[in-house]
Design a protein around this ligand. Sequence first.
Ligand SMILES: [Zn+2]
Length: 309
Amino acid sequence: MSECTVTTFDFGGTNMRAATVSVKGFEWRVLDRQHRPTPNYLLAPHISAGQRLDDLLDFLTGYASSSRLRFGAEAVVAAIPGPIQGAGTVLALATILGPDSQALCPIDLAAQISSRLPEMQVKVMNDVSAAGYRFVPKGDDFAIFTLGSGIGLKVFLDGQPRVGPHGLGGELTHMVFDARPGAPLCDCGGRGHLGALASGRAWVRVETGAHEANCAPDLAGFTEPLARAVAMLHFSLGLERFIFAGGLTEKLGEVLRTSIVENLPAQGWNVGQDWNAMVQLAPADDAHALIGGALAYRWSVMRSKDRTC
Ligand SMILES: [Zn+2]
């Protein structure tokens, strides 16, 4: 089986990460990595959404060109924190472009990248889907939660992220988990959504409140909605693997995982489930979408059977 070299990008709200990844079957090697702060709307409010998009594309073009020269990379995969339609049209990119993102969206990002890098294959993906592909080789169905500034979620069945005909699969994070009128606001504008209760931004709020009250942050209360989401997926789909990744997960680590596990028996029917084995931490290397994006590209090429790589 031949080896394939892919340049991958993970555009987060805080950092733009790039890597060159070599893939052979289920095996992968990261050959090089680079990152740079994202020119997001909070850090650089003085520049327009169009300029921010140009900065992002300049970083992508520069690194991909050097990766092609240095490592022979043949393809570019861009993982984007927003919904993607068709072959690479970004429907919303508020995390990076800010409130005026909808003036630019939908953006045919795949076409824009292809016009800058005509000699390379191009794939544009949702970032949580890209991250999930890293965990496909183990073979079973699973859900991946990324706890960063917000929360990302995707369910993988038979090796594929399931998003449904309108792309809403995984948006459990925008379901109401706290129906009280004063529940915290979500980035989407809704109140009491999972994303408003158990994200990185929510943890900052909990820590700040605890500091002001001179007490320890209520981690058990914080992880209860996450445990409820895990239980919903377990009882509705029979999933038995729940992978937690993202900046907040890397920060809190095993303490977070243990707290979710301890909240699970109270969420429903207990018939001998090994909750402790089901809830897992992803490796804390901040490279899931970079590695998973390369694997997704490689496997899509293998499925299309029109190329040898
Ligand atoms: Zn929401």
